[in-house]
Design a protein around this ligand. Sequence first.
Ligand SMILES: NC(=O)c1ccc[n+]([C@@H]2O[C@H](COP(=O)([O-])OP(=O)(O)OC[C@H]3O[C@@H](n4cnc5c(N)ncnc54)[C@H](O)[C@@H]3O)[C@@H](O)[C@H]2O)c1
Ligand SMILES: [Zn+2]
Length: 354
Amino acid sequence: MDTMAHIQIERGASGRLARVLDREGLPPRAWVIADATVMRLHGERIVAGLARDGVSVRRRAVPPGEPSKSVAVAAELWVWLAAQGAERRDPIIALGGGVVGDIAGFVAATYLRGVPLIQVPTTLLAQIDSSVGGKVGVDLAAGKNLVGAFYPARRSVIDPNLLATLPRAQLVADYAEVIKTAVIFDADMFERIEANADALDDPALLEDLITRCVRWKARVVDEDPHDRGARAVLNYGHTIAHALEAVCGYGAYRHGEAVAIGMRGAAAIGVRAGTLAPGDADRQHALLRRVGLPQTYANAAPDDVVQAMQRDKKVRGGRIQWVLAERIGAASPGHHVDPTIVREVLHEIRAPAA
Ligand SMILES: NC(=O)c1ccc[n+]([C@@H]2O[C@H](COP(=O)([O-])OP(=O)(O)OC[C@H]3O[C@@H](n4cnc5c(N)ncnc54)[C@H](O)[C@@H]3O)[C@@H](O)[C@H]2O)c1
Ligand SMILES: [Zn+2]
């Protein structure tokens, strides 16, 4: 696979989608799916631009938020496409954050057994993570992402200008995944963020960081397209993050905030297990704090967090596989850690009672 060959990163690119369809040999007929917020902020303009460039385009908004990643919303979208006469060669344009990318991508993977998918991600998380790697799907009441497919986009059009309308708190939360990528792969990128931590929304900075994150993720995805091994390294910080999200309730933390706390925990575990020098853990801690990300959790008992980790779908044979950092810029998956160390760290990173 050559994931990068299907990705374009360019400021302003979302205003030139007709050209993308043309270059991909797709018919001038497109189905734009966005959430209501993104439709208002960017969709109207993008749809008008497509129409001006001769594309016949229909649009459909879903409610913003995770509940739209459901079988019920997928069914509504299938019914809409069928009623309007969408055909096999017609592209679906998924315009939005990870929620829309996943639901519209899932609909593209399944309607008529698959129609072309164009991803136009609009959150930092979606630009560096969810639009890269081909995973699409929906949630069930029993858990997130339980139904889905590997269905790589025909093209992902990443336009950093779309991030200008993101609420600050959302941008900051998504930076956790950027810093995660730097810790796993790229010491130079880590330094660049340290040097620019007071101007996180600078467009040139964002374009550079997005490009690097996408390249790193694409490399791992190409090595492991179906998530059977090498991709696991991307889960740095996520073992504790997923457990916190499950125990505290989705919504208590933004995903990136939970990841930031999880990274602190993973670094502390790395220090105790002897993979990571204390100085490197401190450096990660300092940068996450400076960016404005939480480094402690409250409202959960450490033992409940441990139990939730045991239930994670990525646990194999009852043993948690940890991703541990070796230094800033290098990490590896598949570590087994003494449960006593994990428990100690979960106590250490808990916010002191007020
Ligand atoms: N498929 C994958 O590989 C993958 C990877 C990581 C995460 N995900 C999924 O991604 C989802 C989270 O994605 P998300 O964090 O982007 O959430 P999201 O899609 O819900 O977007 C967050 C909020 O930001 C708003 N928004 C989006 N773009 C905006 C913009 N440009 N300006 C202003 N507001 C904007 C949305 O309306 C929404 O309210 C989860 O469902 C997660 O499971 C998927
Ligand atoms: Zn994540």
